[in-house]
Design a protein around this ligand. Structure first.
Ligand code: ASC
Length: 230
């Protein structure tokens, strides 16, 4: 591979920024909020940012770039497909559990569901992500689809995957903003208390993580060579 060092530097940066985002989400809920539990309280809601950032952002990001890791090019393509599908399945389950946490919290507190733009786009992303996973499994993992169909659907699979990933990050930023406006009252968000600044930084980390993953995924010279174990 040409510029292996550059790829490695980007990969390590993405892993660090992604891991730091997960740590920031935990510091947010444990240090600034009330922590985690599953009892209809705001602590149940807190699973939402933690599971979304861990699963729907970090794990999905890794799932997108697993085919780019040069030391896996000697592994069978089928094994890599299982890893790609497995990571995406874990991300989907965490995203669904994180939505259940919000619905249960809302219902326990009589807060309306599904009125915000964050909720509309977020639910749409989870539905399309699940469809993408199901279709990807049926077409690229199971041995039934003919090669011309695989070839025709691959650019669409790549395009929708990257679009869903970018949408998830945008949706997370909307959710973070909403939550800060709702929950920071005294002092308000507009007074820039430490929690506001800290969580704004979490939003910046998510954008940087997304930018790094999309860069690695869109460099054609970092693609797995098709001739090896294709
Ligand atoms: C697959 C696979 C590929 C593509 C290719 C069509 O299932 O392993 O490399 O589809 O066959 O683009």
């Amino acid at each position: 591979m040409e510029d292996y060092g550059r790829f490695l530097a980007l990969l390590v940066s993405a892993l660090l920024v992604g891991f730091l985002s997960v740590v920031f989400s935990l510091v947010w809920v444990f240090h600034y909020r009330e922590g985690l539990s599953w009892d209809g309280s705001p602590r149940e809601f807190n699973w939402h940012p933690v599971l979304i950032i861990t699963g729907f952002v970090f794990i999905q990001g890794i799932a997108i770039i697993v085919y780019r890791l040069p030391w896996t090019w000697k592994c069978s393509k089928l094994l890599m497909k299982f890893i790609h599908a497995g990571l995406n399945t874990i991300a989907m389950i965490l995203a669904i559990v994180s939505m259940v946490a919000v619905f249960e919290f809302h219902n326990a507190k009589n807060i309306p569901n599904m009125y915000s733009l964050h909720s509309w786009i977020g639910l749409t992303a989870v539905i399309f992500y699940s469809l993408q996973l199901f279709l990807g499994f049926a077409v690229f993992l199971l041995p039934f689809a003919p090669v011309p169909l695989r070839a025709a659907l691959m650019p669409i699979h790549v395009y929708s995957g990257l679009t869903i990933f970018a949408t998830v990050i945008a949706t997370a930023l909307m959710g973070i903003t909403e939550k800060l406006i709702f929950s920071l009252k005294n002092p308000a968000y507009s007074a820039s208390p430490p929690e506001a600044t800290f969580v704004n930084c979490l939003g910046l980390l998510l954008v940087i993580f997304g930018a790094l993953i999309l860069w690695m995924a869109s460099r054609s010279h970092w693609k797995r060579p098709p001739e090896e174990n294709a």
